[in-house]
Design a protein around this ligand. Sequence first.
Ligand code: SF4
Ligand code: SF4
Ligand code: SF4
Length: 305
Amino acid sequence: MKIAIEELAGCSGCTIAVLDLHEMLLDLVAQADIVYSPVIMDVKEPPEGIDIAFVTGAIRNEENHERLKLLRKRAKKVVAFGTCACYGGVSGLSMLSSNDELFNYVYRETATADDDGVIPNDVPPFLYRAFAVGDITKIDYYITGCPPKEAFLRQIIPAIIAGDTLALSRKSVCAECDRKMGPVENWSLKRRHEGIPDREHCLLGQGYLCLGSVTFGRCGAACPKNNVPCTGCNGPSLDVLREPCRDIYNMMLRRISDLTDKPQKEVEKEFYDVAHTMYAFTIGSLIMEDKENSKIRDLVKERSG
Ligand code: SF4
Ligand code: SF4
Ligand code: SF4
């Protein structure tokens, strides 16, 4: 069994999540050779005859695109690994800026940029937008998460290598969260710094924008358990993903309106920075953009000019 782990437009956190399996890696390498992984080893090209390729990161430039096509040719099974690969992830947020703005920021304006301010001319050209890997090629399995959580990987990676099937939860984050709905009075949307939520009641009911109801679970509601609202890093819940008329924005609007008895138009006025609060992990996904109610098309047009 030969395994490859590819890095495309992402942060390498997904490969680090594999390394975080610690001693379980010894069991894995007893069953399979890792033949290609730019983070773990010094091999420049994926070899022929790969059995399973785990692809991390989105498709943002021509090099990402070429490497994905090469892997698809050389691997029997391709797994989209992590939310960048599955839905474009945070790389998709680059669609909110023009290429000039992005390159200026990265090479001139960040604190760590070289003083010479030179923008290199050998960077692979950007595609006109970000893509999830499934927007470009056939994918055999999807593993969401930014990065996928350790407990979940401990179940799924051995099963994929062994070719076994697994019965896994298909529920949303809310289904994994043990908070109770408290009294919903004088509801208004709060930014994260505007108070400390109580630890017992639903964060959304308290006014914090928690995306648990529209987000795929399998993280054990890690953030709400630590008093932090869910930002949707596992990608959309299955009902949002499957139903063309369901989108993150419109489902959150409906849920908050039902919860608070406020008309949707009133709730909508309280939303802020919709791109980063609702679509931070999915803006680069064609599946999410193509939904009839999606706000992604307008957000991208508005911000990138
Ligand atoms: S899904 Fe998250 S952890 Fe994985 S590459 Fe993308 S940003 Fe990094
Ligand atoms: S909205 Fe958030 S806090 Fe409320 S039940 Fe769902 S995951 Fe828990
Ligand atoms: S609670 Fe939400 S943001 Fe936190 S790990 Fe789970 S899916 Fe990601």
